[in-house]
Ligand binder design. Structure first.
Ligand code: COA
Length: 182
């Protein structure tokens, strides 16, 4: 387990597959992801098997405290880890929508960045976010990401083109931000 403030990150299991399929098949969730077609259980199972072998991808379940126990609310991952240049791409989804907007995402992203920088020795973690996802942008800013640029009209959704913002967090900046937070 990797502990955050109000969340913990754990390994994902084969038993989680039906939950992932439910999340990815929710259009309200999927609109913010690169994935654009409904997800079948068979495809998700194939993806899971590949994930077990992947050396340059790390994926964790996000669990939030609920009473005396924990509830699985989403996933967070580091993808395309480039061990030579020490960077990776971050992806996150809180599939349980009732947990949106309560600080769990920021906690999970900070926890993942701490792990990426302090345990894996990465220097840079980056991501892309659609212009119609201000909640995610704000979450990333709070966790220590900065906007670096925009791929103008790089994404087509719901009948029109949208800008895609590139954001990144650097190890040193993240560390000084954490010290600032006490
Ligand atoms: C994006 C996501 C991970 C963020 O996690 P979260 O727990 O909902 O986010 P947090 O509560 O930590 O932070 C959200 C911030 O955005 C703010 N926010 C919410 N809706 C907003 C809006 N429409 N405009 C501007 N800010 C908004 C919140 O007020 C909060 O900021 P604050 O603490 O300063 O008030 C989660 O909402 C999610 O998984 N969404 C669906 C999938 C997705 O978008 N994944 C990311 C793809 S790049």
């Amino acid at each position: 387990m990797i502990l955050g403030e109000r969340i913990r990150l754990r390994a994902i299991e084969r038993d989680d597959i039906p939950t992932f399929v439910r999340w990815f098949n929710d259009p309200e969730v999927r609109q913010y992801l690169l994935m654009y077609e409904p997800m079948s259980r068979a495809k998700e199972e194939r993806w899971f098997e590949a994930q077990l072998e992947a050396r340059n991808d790390l994926l964790f379940g996000i669990e939030a405290r609920a009473g005396d126990g924990w509830v699985h609310i989403g996933n967070i991952g580091l993808h395309r880890i480039d061990w030579k240049n020490r960077n990776a791409v971050l992806g996150i989804i809180i599939g349980e929508k009732g947990y949106w907007g309560q600080g769990y995402g920021t906690d999970a992203v900070r926890t993942m960045l701490r792990f990426a920088f302090a345990e894996l020795g990465l220097q840079r973690v980056e991501l892309e976010v659609f212009d119609y996802n201000p909640r995610a942008q704000r979450c990333y800013e709070k966790a220590g990401f900065r906007r670096e640029g925009t791929r103008r009209q790089g994404h087509y959704h719901n009948g029109r083109f949208h800008d895609v913002h590139l954001m990144a967090a650097l190890s040193d900046e993240f560390r000084s931000g954490e010290e600032g937070r006490g």
